[in-house]
Design a protein around this ligand. Structure first.
Ligand code: CMC
Length: 428
């Protein structure tokens, strides 16, 4: 708690509100007593000025382009760590010792299989179902299969549910892909790393062995790290809100997946690649830049702009380099990468984008990489969901353990009709 108070005068009455300090970043004004004191609510659609919770997981300084997980810069984690280590860090607060990491990897590896009956769920979907639709359904259905880890008041059950979700998500995601292409499901293999296992479950077929390429495994691992958590974004807030009512973890993560699907959030990676392909050649870029600037045109440059980053998204820096490495390694000469680089340069030098502080975000280059690896665009958001699962479960666990936690229940500014009498249909 800070020594400062914020003083607010409403209707002649003055009250002090405590100002709370974080370890770094803006202070917050504790307005929990505001309604009791004044009979008024605050109005903040989109929560641009509202801290919904206290959290020790992830810190973003949007003006400086900084992203820290438990204090560690995202660039360092992407370059030097592994996704499994980052998962441990997010869940437990500290980097693991060698033994702790080995134990954690063993635990996750032993949870990668899904209940065999879950495969029948897939067969209920049309083959052309969007894999995110399948993800929402199948992840929600996990609560029907793992009853022994749905008691949210038991820390051990919460831990097991968290491990299950992180471990099973690659299996579920790979199965969604296999179902869409009409190939048999591939079971996980315990001798492979988390990421290599996922690639194998996605791309191998029974007729032929699949040997994951270390450069691709490394790139994929980096992509997972870059998407692991991102503070109180829309899907994480959805998971927290769903969890605040006491809903079980599988249902909460399914809610997060549904929210992530939207094109303004996780769906932007799919939309960004579709946009780059639609632009097609460098000479068409000015036309699309003009459309993005036109107030009467709903078109936006997908993969550009961010609610919090008003400087280069630090994840995009790593992503751009990874895209270059992957394309080189695979010998892919995708013109879409040239369009992306040129579009970025033109936008970064355009007064509209400079003035509005619009920079490439994590999604701008990720689609180029994922497409080169062989994922269809519909799978991009699924990969985001896979990686973000650790962030969601870590935030959910933090929320459940927080003594200040209450059911999330925002209020509103009502602008509808005031009370009126019902009129029967023959009199209307
Ligand atoms: N292209 C053109 N103009 C834009 C863009 C864009 N991509 N993004 C924002 N603007 C303009 C917008 O028109 C508005 O202009 P004005 O002030 O004249 O009305 C101004 O910039 C502020 O935009 P906003 O919509 O009020 O900002 P926001 O914070 O509500 O939205 C955003 C953030 C990410 C939803 C938005 O920038 C956007 O739609 N970007 C494209 C979608 C995208 O790439 N999303 C991925 C985000 S990163 C991954 C993740 O975390 O999910």
């Amino acid at each position: 708690m800070s020594d400062n108070n914020a003083t607010l005068t409403v209707g002649g009455a003055t009250k002090d509100y405590a100002v709370m300090d974080g370890s770094v970043g803006p202070q917050v004004i504790d307005v929990r007593k505001l309604y009791a004191n004044t009979g008024m609510f605050t109005y903040d659609p989109g929560f641009t000025s509202t801290a919904s919770c206290e959290s020790g997981l992830t810190y973003i300084d949007g003006d400086e382009g900084v992203l820290l997980h438990r204090g560690y810069p995202i660039g360092q984690l992407a370059e030097e760590s592994s996704f499994m280590e980052v998962c441990y860090l997010l869940l437990n607060g500290e980097l693991p010792s060698k033994t702790e990491l080995d134990d954690f990897i063993t635990t996750i590896t032993r949870h990668t299989m899904v209940h065999e009956q879950l495969t029948t769920f897939y067969r209920g979907f049309r083959r052309d179902a969007h894999p995110m639709a399948i993800m929402c359904g199948v992840v929600g259905a996990l609560s029907a299969f793992y009853h022994d880890s749905t008691d949210i008041n038991d820390p051990l059950q919460r831990k097991i549910a968290s491990h299950r979700l992180i471990a099973k998500m690659p299996t579920i995601a790979a199965m969604a892909y296999k179902y869409s292409v009409g190939q048999p499901f591939v079971y996980p293999r315990n001798d492979l790393s988390y990421t290599a296992n996922f690639l194998r479950m996605t791309f191998s077929v029974p007729a032929e062995e699949y040997i994951p390429d270390p450069v691709i495994v490394d790139a994929m691992d980096k992509i997972f790290i870059l998407h692991a958590d991102h503070e109180q974004n829309a899907s994480t807030s959805t998971v927290r809100l769903a969890g605040s009512s006491g809903a079980n973890p599988f249902a909460c993560i399914a809610a997060g997946i549904a929210c992530l699907w939207g094109p303004a959030h996780g769906g932007a990676n799919e939309a960004a690649l579709n946009m780059l392909r639609e632009i097609g050649t460098v000479d068409k870029i000015p036309e699309y830049i003009a459309r993005a600037k036109n107030k009467d045109d709903p078109f936006r440059l997908m993969g550009f702009g961010h609610r919090v980053y008003k400087n280069y998204d630090p994840r995009a820096t790593v992503m751009q380099k990874t895209a270059k490495d992957v394309l080189e390694k695979l010998g892919v000469n995708d013109p879409v990468f040239d369009v992306a680089k040129e579009l970025e340069q033109i936008a970064l030098n355009d007064p509209y984008f400079i003035e509005k502080k619009l920079y490439p975000n994590v999604d701008f280059y990720s689609g180029v990489i994922l497409s080169a690896i062989g994922f269809p665009t519909e799978m991009f958001t699924v990969l985001f969901a896979l990686a973000r699962t650790v962030g969601w479960v870590a935030q959910w666990n933090e929320m459940i353990s927080d003594p200040a936690q209450k059911i999330g229940r925002p209020r509103q500014l009502y602008t509808g009709p005031t009370q009126r009498d019902y009129v029967s249909v023959d009199k209307r």
